[in-house]
Design a protein around this ligand. Structure first.
Ligand code: SF4
Length: 485
């Protein structure tokens, strides 16, 4: 534990189930420092130049700060020749040094597992961005969007980075900046491009003059409506955004959205929240994408905490990416089923504005493909059977037209819904239905939530009628409460 814990106690980050079945929320991290930097003045600590200058950049430094076995050090020593390493003191201080599986450590500290490729399915350019590059550094994949790689540098090198070939790999992407003019010219000449993602590496590591070059040129192109800055600086080095000149520059480009990358609730620190507020005040919406990472955020409790912390900071969860098959990052990959399991626990259980779209960024440059649990259970000519987050199965007639089914057939379950015998099948232990009392309501538009339009409604033009829990078919075909077999 850190010496500074007496002043700023560490937050226990285990997620403990409660009797209600909901996880305790993990509060945001509190400010803290590793004892190595306990005598550093507040002014220095808050200075991004000091943070950058004092970043951990070698295995030799790491071995004095974290426990490693001799075998691990031997592999890490070999990997160091191949891959860069950088962890600013601020981000390093979020690591619990006593936990070898700490989620902040897993993201930032090299692992011997990076030398392995057990699946044989690991690629240097998993999204084939280079093949969709008409100009070096620019990827034009979707019709109306272009991605600019403006630098190979980052404040912290994420061990699972999709562009590892350009960022972590030593000498991976030299000379990108020489193509600045060609990239801008390409955007100028392609009037279909309306959205430009300024990425890297991290564009907020660029000298301010170079960043100004990109922003002013893109702002001046009339057909560009949106400039997205892809950056992890709010997460890994928020001190960079304490600089009002940088905030002013970003804000003055007018078209800027910030696309940031929080992966774990403990990354949502007071420092990170402070800079998100600065960006929002300067008029820049902030969207977050996370990567689903084994051991970091691949459980429902952690993901819910992260999303709730982001909402509190007014950062909108945008994408949850399945981890790409990047060379040396196989140990971060989970199954798609794990991602779907997490999404199942989000929809309906928290506000829709807090739910990201889970996507697989597909090989061969196929782009982002959304994945979600299946809510469409079955369909007929005149109706579909939908499932809600509670397991309620509902017959939904999408158009106002006569039912095509002639004689109702004595069927059960989902087939019974399609035949129109019933309009819903309700799980036996449905708490929401149990809360309902029979009541009299007027038909019409219902609001969100516990509105009057829920349940079995009539269609007779606004007459009063009781709303009652819907019956479901039992094995005898009679309406009664039963399990949802
Ligand atoms: S900040 Fe982004 S570009 Fe840089 S290493 Fe992390 S994921 Fe890759």
């Amino acid at each position: 534990m850190f010496e500074s814990d007496a002043r700023h106690p560490l937050v226990e980050h285990a997620v403990t189930p409660t009797v209600s079945g909901f996880e305790d929320e993990e509060p945001p991290s509190l400010p803290r420092r590793h004892p190595l930097w306990k005598d550093v003045s507040a002014d220095q600590w808050d200075d991004w130049r000091w943070q950058t200058h004092n970043a951990i950049r070698s295995v030799r430094q790491l071995r004095n700060l974290l426990p490693f076995s001799p075998a691990e050090l031997e592999v890490l020593g070999r990997l160091e020749g191949e891959y860069k390493l950088a962890i600013p003191p601020y981000y390093f201080s979020l690591i619990d040094p006593e936990d070898s599986n700490d989620p902040i450590r897993l993201q930032s500290v090299p692992s011997p597992l990076e030398a392995e490729n057990p699946s044989g399915y690991e690629l240097d350019d998993p999204l084939e961005e280079d093949k969709d590059s008409p100009v070096p550094g620019l990827t034009h994949r979707y019709p109306d969007r272009a991605l600019l790689i403006t630098t190979p540098n980052c404040t912290m090198y994420c061990r699972y980075c999709t562009r590892k070939r350009a960022t972590l790999t030593r000498g991976g992407w030299e000379g990108v900046s020489a193509d600045d003019e060609r990239m801008i010219q390409y955007v100028r000449e392609h009037r279909e491009i309306r959205d430009v993602i300024v990425s890297g590496g991290d564009p907020l590591t660029l000298p301010i003059g170079k960043l100004r070059f990109y922003l002013e040129n893109l702002k001046a192109i009339n057909h560009v409506d949106v400039i997205r800055i892809g950056t992890r600086v709010p997460v890994t080095l928020p001190q960079r955004l304490y600089d009002p000149e940088l905030i002013d520059l970003l804000g003055s480009a007018e078209k800027v959205y910030i696309q940031t990358h929080f992966n774990h609730p403990r990354e949502v620190t007071p420092e990170a929240v402070r800079v998100c507020r600065s960006l929002l005040r300067a008029g820049m919406p902030i969207n977050n994408h996370s990567v689903l990472l084994k051991g970091v955020n691949d459980d429902l409790g952690t993901m819910r905490s992260l999303l709730r912390n982001l909402l509190k900071a007014k950062v909108r969860p945008y994408y949850l990416f399945h981890c790409d098959p990047v060379t040396g990052a196989g140990h971060f990959r989970t199954s798609v089923w794990k991602g779907l399991e997490i999404m199942e626990g989000l929809r309906g259980h928290m506000s829709g504005i807090g739910i990201p779209t889970y996507v697989v960024d597909s090989p061969h440059g196929g782009g982002k493909i959304p994945m979600m649990p299946n809510y469409l259970v079955s369909m007929s000519d005149d109706a579909v059977v939908l499932r809600n987050y509670e397991g309620l199965l509902i017959r939904y007639q999408a158009e106002d037209k006569p039912a095509v089914n002639g004689q109702p057939t004595n069927t059960r379950g989902v087939s019974g819904l399609l035949q129109g015998d019933k309009s819903a099948l309700i799980p036996q232990d449905n708490e929401r239905m149990a809360r309902r009392k029979p009541r009299v309501v007027r038909n019409g538009c219902g609001g969100e939530g516990e509105g009057d339009s829920e349940g079995e409604t009539n269609t007779d033009g606004g007459a009063l009628r009781p709303i009652i829990p819907l019956p479901m078919l039992n094995n005898n075909g009679n309406g009664s409460a039963a399990s949802n077999g």
